[in-house]
Design a protein around this ligand. Structure first.
Ligand SMILES: Cc1cc2nc3c(=O)[nH]c(=O)nc-3n(C[C@H](O)[C@H](O)[C@H](O)COP(=O)(O)OP(=O)(O)OC[C@H]3O[C@@H](n4cnc5c(N)ncnc54)[C@H](O)[C@@H]3O)c2cc1C
Length: 498
């Protein structure tokens, strides 16, 4: 029941898998026994970006990992503790020789936590090896050479983890998860994508073999994208699969596939994945501050009713409401609909992006800080360097859900409306409302804003601000730091991901 006199530790973060796992591989090479640890840290659980669905995905991914490691006498110890507290306690009871983990491109809070762990390791002469995560490079001051390095890491062989059978380390500690906490994670809800590396592989395989055939055609459709897109995002975000594993699988299949173009598009997006995280790795202040400081000068309305109605999907705009209710229920919607939700919130409702960013972070099962904050700001128009896109929700609705099937699924109170009416139910006459059994203001809300007026006001405000000297000065700084020359892949990731 006691710890060995000395040991190594593998700290699992957003890398809940057993293959292509360099920290586990390195620990396995050593002669010293090692513990595999995962921390549910109270200071992160209480933070604004965290939600039960993330914890459920993590917890059940860990259970899955557990079943893979158990035959080799290894377990993942899930501790309910601040990482530093737990490491200090372990150090008091044994001698930690080495700590292995992946680098984390997280929010300020996890960055600060890592600094305290680093200081602790230094103090106790513990060697902390932080391995590079996916194609994200630490310590860059600009993007020169990044593409090359990214391709090099995608084409490097995946780490083949082989586990030797060893005697399990039985140990007791004061950091067990409280039963009420564990109970809150059980059972795993059927409406979230199933967690774990086997499911990651299954989703990837079904995408490359069949589902991806309609990828390019259906990527923007709220309904069809649910099967045509890879749906790999939660697995990548929580590390059930590495970007390299996904990249190599898609690449090898694309050689013989008939839908080569679709698979090529998918490979491009895997690069965007890392491109956005790389930005955040270099500037995690993007969680709270406008990427372009010039946009801090813009004032916003602050209307709690608007925020609430957006959050619960009661804005009176059917596609907006359907998307919000769908993501609340399932944890996923496609890129275009995410962009539309943000655009509607920031432009049509005139709200500060910071008032909505955490809500969607909590709703997305695939929440990845490095993608979420830069993308949110891009759609909010606060980056300065990107074309400001304002999505008209009625136009989007008519184009991407012409029959209103997606709307009918998620806004059932509109299920009786024909396609000609469903996109703008507020235009119905009293007679039509009686005929279809939907009274606007009673069965379904009136629109909370006038779309045309609010769109025009937003355009004047935000486009007029583009020429402000501070915005311009910031643009130069941002381009120098986060992009290569024009026409490059980074540029297109910023400009065309719509
Ligand atoms: C406001 C906003 C917030 C977002 N927040 C997140 C987030 O927290 N986590 C997240 O993984 N994605 C986020 N995205 C990007 C994108 O919407 C999702 O990656 C995508 O919808 C995931 O579905 P998929 O796996 O089927 O993607 P596919 O289209 O099949 O693409 C495969 C993979 O490529 C990556 N990818 C695809 N599109 C993008 C993109 N535009 N930018 C960066 N990477 C991309 C993802 O890792 C994705 O899993 C956000 C987009 C917006 C507009």
């Amino acid at each position: 029941m006691t710890l060995p006199a000395e040991l190594n530790i593998v700290w699992i973060k957003r890398d809940i898998r057993t293959q292509d796992h360099l920290p586990l591989f390195l620990a396995e090479q050593q002669d010293i026994p090692y513990l595999v640890l995962f921390f549910f840290e109270p200071s992160l659980l209480e933070y604004a970006d965290c939600s039960l669905r993330h914890l459920q995905f993590q917890y059940h991914s860990l259970q899955h990992m557990q079943t893979k490691l158990q035959p080799f006498g290894k377990t993942v110890s899930i501790l309910y503790a601040e990482a530093l507290d737990a490491l200090q306690w372990i150090q008091k009871n044994t001698r930690i020789v080495q700590l292995f983990s992946y680098q984390e491109s997280g929010i300020q809070r996890t960055y600060d936590r890592d600094l305290t762990v680093k200081a602790f390791c230094k103090q106790h002469r513990i060697q902390w090896t932080e391995c590079q995560r996916d194609g994200i490079i630490r310590g860059l001051s600009n993007r020169q050479g990044w593409d090359k390095q990214w391709y090099a890491s995608m084409h490097a062989p995946v780490t083949l983890n082989v586990y030797k059978k060893s005697a399990p380390i039985e140990w007791e500690h004061p950091f067990n998860c409280p039963p009420s906490f564990v109970n809150s994670l059980l059972p795993y809800p059927a409406n979230w994508q199933p967690p774990g590396e086997d499911y990651a592989r299954q989703y990837l395989d079904s995408f490359v073999q069949s589902r991806g055939i309609n990828y390019s055609k259906h990527i923007s459709k709220p309904l069809q994208s649910r099967t045509a897109c890879a749906r790999l995002s939660p697995y990548l975000s929580w590390g059930n699969i590495s970007v390299r594993q996904a990249y190599q699988r898609v690449l090898s299949y694309s050689k013989e596939a008939t839908h080569k173009r679709a698979l090529q598009n998918m490979l491009t997006r895997l690069k965007w994945h890392c491109h956005f995280i790389q930005k955040f790795e270099m500037e995690c202040s993007y969680e709270k501050q406008c990427i372009n400081a010039g946009y801090e000068l813009l004032s916003h309305e602050s209307d709690e009713t608007f925020v609430k109605r957006w959050e619960i999907g009661e804005t009176g705009f059917p596609l907006v409401d359907a998307c919000m209710r769908c993501v609340t229920q399932t944890g996923w919607i496609n890129f275009r609909m995410r962009a539309m939700l943000v655009s509607f919130f920031c432009h049509h409702l005139h709200q500060d992006w910071r008032k909505g960013v955490y809500h969607l972070a909590r709703m997305f099962l695939d929440y990845e800080p490095g993608i979420h904050y830069p993308q949110f700001q891009m759609q909010a128009g606060t980056t300065g360097i990107n074309t400001i896109r304002m999505y008209n929700p009625v136009k989007q609705s008519k184009e991407h859900d012409p029959e209103g099937l997606f709307i009918k699924q998620w806004v059932p109170e509109l299920a009786n409306l024909p396609p000609a009416i469903i996109h703008e139910p507020y235009l119905m006459t009293t007679a039509e409302q009686a005929m279809y059994g939907v009274v606007i203001g009673k069965d379904y809300p009136h629109p909370i804003v006038d779309l045309e007026q609010s769109g025009k006001a937003a355009r004047n405000k935000i486009w007029g601000h583009r020429s402000h000297p501070l915005v311009q000065a910031e643009n130069t700084r941002i381009l120098n730091k986060h992009t290569r020359k024009r026409g490059s892949m980074q540029q297109s990731a910023d400009d065309t991901s719509v």
